[in-house]
Design a protein around this ligand. Structure first.
Ligand code: PLP
Length: 457
C-alpha cells in the first residue's frame, strides 16, 4: 500500500465522518484526501486542483492559504495560549473582538458571548432568551418558532430548531418547546404551490402564534437565507414582516447568520438587505473563515441591560463553554475581519454576486433541467426538475443533485448536493475573494457538466 492507500484504509476503519453515508462513505466516488489550499483552490494528495465552490462548508470567506492568519495564531499561542473568560478573567483579543463585532452588527446588537461554532451559538441563544423571560417574570414564554427546512446545527437545542426531517429523526426525543412554521419559497410556496411572494409563509407564522398563544412564544429564529435547506432566498419584505410580527407580540427575533454573516450576501450581515435588526444574532463560520473554530451570540443593548438590571447581586449567567473566547480563535477572527474590510470583500461579494447571478440565469436558459435559480451575493443554488413547466421533480432513483455534484467534481469543481422534499439542488458559495474570471471557470464547468447530464437522460 502506498501512503495514500494506507490513509484511506485507516480512514475507513477509524474515522466516523460527520453527516455522511454510513455503509460506504465513498459510494459516490473515491475519497478526496485534500492536502493544501490556496485562494479559491484546493489540491488533493495527487496534485489534482479543485475550485472550492462551497468555501469548504460555507465558511472559508477569505480563501485558503493565508500566511498572515497562521502568523497571528502562532504569535497568540506563544504569548497566551489559553485563558478562559469566566468571572473576572478576560484577555485583549476577546475584548477587541467583542467590540469589533458589536460595531459591525446591525441595530443595537452590542454584547457578545463566544462559543466554538454555530450549533453552540444557537443553543446559547435559546437558553439566553428563556433565561431573559424568566428574569422578566414570564416563565411560560419559552417556545421557539423555527421554520421548515431551517438548519440550525446538530446539538440538541439546535437540532430541535432545525426543520430538515433527516436531522430531526436522529437522537430524539428532541428538546421540547420548538415548533415550526413554513419556509418562504420565492416562486413555489409549500402551502399554495404558486408564487405568493411569501404571503403563505408569513401567515403560517401568524397562525402558529395564535394556535400556541402569543404569550408562550419567546423567539423566532431565522436564517436570512436558508442555506442547508437549499439556499432559499426569501421574497422581498418577508423578513420585515416577521420583524413586525415579533414586535406586535413581544417576541424576540434571533437571526442565525452562521452562513450569511461577514460578507457572504454582499452585506456584512444578511438581515441588512431588509434593514432589519434582530434582538439576538448568532454567528460562526465566516468570523474566522474556518481557520479555527469560533462562534458566538450578540445580544441587543436593551436585552443586555435588562438582564443586568433584573439579576440579583450574586446571580450568575450559568452558561459558557471552556473555549468561549479562546484567545487564538479571537486573534484569528480579528485578523480575518481586518482582511474582509481591507480587501473590500463585502463589496466584492456584492459585485461578483451579480456576475454569478447573471451567469446562472444564462445556464437556466440553456438547460431545460434547471427549474429555478436562487442567489444573493455569493451564495446560490440551482434546482433541477424533470419538467420545467410543472416543476415536476426527478424520481429519487435518478439522484440528479448527486449526478451534477459528481460530474462537476470530476471536472475540478466542488459544489454541494442537497436533496430535500423530493427536490434536487446544487449549491454554490465560493470564497469572497473570487474574481470575475474565476466565476467564469465555475460557470464553464457547470455548463459542461449540465451538457453531459442532459445528454445522458
Ligand atoms: C445557518 C446555520 N446555523 C448553524 C449551523 C451549525 O453550525 P456548526 O456546524 O458550526 O455547529 C450551520 C452549519 O452549517 C448553519 O448553516
Amino acid at each position: 500500500m502506498n501512503k495514500t492507500e494506507k490513509l484511506i484504509d485507516l480512514d475507513k476503519r477509524h474515522h466516523l465522518h460527520p453527516s455522511s453515508p454510513v455503509k460506504d462513505n465513498f459510494n459516490q466516488g473515491p475519497m478526496v484526501l485534500l492536502e493544501r489550499g490556496e485562494g479559491i483552490y484546493l489540491y488533493d494528495v495527487d496534485g489534482k486542483r479543485y475550485i472550492d465552490g462551497l468555501a469548504s462548508l460555507w465558511n472559508v470567506n477569505i480563501g485558503h492559504g493565508r500566511k498572515e492568519i497562521a502568523e497571528v495564531a502562532k504569535a497568540q499561542m506563544e504569548k497566551l495560549a489559553f485563558s478562559h473568560s469566566f468571572n473576572r478573567f478576560s484577555h485583549e483579543s476577546a475584548v477587541l473582538l467583542a467590540e469589533k463585532i458589536a460595531s459591525l452588527a446591525p441595530g443595537d446588537l452590542n454584547a457578545v458571548q463566544f462559543t466554538s461554532g454555530g450549533s453552540e451559538s444557537n443553543d446559547t441563544a435559546f437558553k439566553l432568551v428563556r433565561h431573559y423571560f424568566k428574569l422578566k417574570g414570564e416563565p411560560d414564554r419559552f417556545k421557539i418558532i423555527a421554520r421548515y427546512r431551517a438548519y440550525h446545527g446538530i446539538s440538541m437545542g439546535a437540532t430541535s430548531a432545525t426543520g430538515i426531517p433527516i436531522f430531526r429523526q436522529m437522537g430524539g426525543p428532541l428538546a421540547s418547546g420548538f415548533i415550526h412554521a413554513a419556509a418562504p419559497h420565492c416562486y413555489r410556496c409549500e402551502s399554495c404551490q404558486s408564487d405568493c411572494s411569501g404571503a403563505c409563509a408569513v401567515q403560517s407564522i401568524k397562525d402558529l402564534i395564535e394556535k400556541e398563544d402569543p404569550k408562550t412564544i419567546a423567539a423566532i429564529i431565522l436564517e436570512p437565507i436558508q442555506g442547508a435547506g437549499g439556499v432559499i432566498v426569501p421574497p422581498p419584505g418577508y423578513i420585515k414582516q416577521v420583524r413586525e410580527i415579533c414586535d406586535q407580540h413581544g417576541i424576540l427575533m434571533i437571526a442565525d447568520e452562521v452562513i450569511t454573516g461577514f460578507g457572504r450576501t454582499g452585506r456584512w450581515f444578511g438581515m441588512e438587505h431588509e434593514g432589519v435588526a434582530p434582538d439576538l444574532m448568532t454567528f460562526a463560520k465566516g468570523v474566522t473563515s474556518g481557520y479555527i473554530p469560533l462562534g458566538g451570540v450578540v445580544i441587543s443593548e436593551r436585552i443586555h441591560q435588562e438582564i443586568i438590571e433584573l439579576s440579583n447581586q450574586n446571580q450568575v449567567l450559568p452558561h459558557g463553554y471552556t473555549y468561549s473566547a479562546h484567545p487564538t480563535a479571537c486573534s484569528v477572527a480579528l485578523r480575518n475581519l481586518d482582511i474582509i474590510s481591507d480587501e473590500k470583500l463585502v463589496e466584492n461579494a456584492e459585485a461578483m454576486g451579480q456576475v454569478l447571478k447573471q451567469g446562472l440565469a444564462e445556464l437556466a436558459k440553456e438547460f431545460e433541467i434547471v427549474g429555478n435559480v436562487m442567489s444573493r451575493g455569493l451564495i446560490a443554488s440551482l434546482e433541477f426538475v424533470q419538467d420545467r413547466a410543472t416543476k415536476k421533480a426527478f424520481p429519487a432513483t435518478v439522484r440528479m443533485a448527486n449526478q451534477v455534484f459528481d460530474k462537476a467534481m470530476s471536472k475540478g469543481l466542488i459544489t454541494r448536493a442537497i436533496t430535500i422534499d423530493n427536490t434536487d439542488i446544487v449549491a454554490l458559495c465560493p470564497p469572497l475573494i473570487i474574481t470575475r474570471e474565476q466565476i467564469g471557470e465555475i460557470l464553464e464547468i457547470l455548463r459542461e457538466t449540465l451538457k453531459e447530464v442532459e445528454a445522458s437522460l
